[in-house]
Design a protein around this ligand. Sequence first.
Ligand code: MD3
Ligand code: FE
Length: 225
Amino acid sequence: MTRLIHAMHTTDIFTTPEDLAPTPIELPAGTHYLKGFACQYAAELNAAIQHIATYSPFRQVMTPSGKKMSVTMTNCGTYGWISDRYGYRYSTLDPLSHQHWLALPSCFIELVNAALSHEHLPNYLPDACLINNYSVGAKMGLHQDKDEKNFTYPIVSVSLGLPALFLLGGLTRNITPRRILLQHGDIIILAASSRLRFHGVLPIQPGYHPELQAQRINLTFRKVT
Ligand code: MD3
Ligand code: FE
């Protein structure tokens, strides 16, 4: 054992292993990370999410390749993101109820406005909010969000509940993604040149959150049209 310690460089002792420090110090241009920004809104957000999920329940969606996603989803706003064997698209109607999605709750709009203002980004009114629900083990593969008409509107993401390691890649699939830890209340905004980066979520690890129990919920606000 002594031999091993002597063989190490002293700096190695102070280097935190990558797995324990997944949040990089430097973020790429157009990526804005607001640690814990939504914590004060969490109870109100969670109540609104429960209401939305009573009206339009979380459901597993099928990808065009015929695989069921591990994440369950619902939406609010003018447009909802849906996927079935015919492909991905936005729809004004919930395919389960054939009714319109519920309107965005005012606390959602206020939070997006507060986050954009904090980052000195132009304010916009989102017309879609995709609500992803991750149970332990759920994940999201590397993908791009490009079903929206105008990529100059940033995507605002709000994380609640269990932590996740978020993967942020490049503009092509072959670039090794960096890992960013997203915890309860964290907001990440993908603007400008980061808007079309490949991204995904590693499997959620077992845990318990006092407000959301054994789940992670992610809200993504978008402007579709
Ligand atoms: C980076 N959701 O719903 S949010 C999605 O945590 C999605 O549920 C993930 O990817 C989640 O499409 C990640 C953060 C996020 C959202 C959009 C992005 C990161 C992004 C668009 C471009 C680059
Ligand atoms: Fe995405």
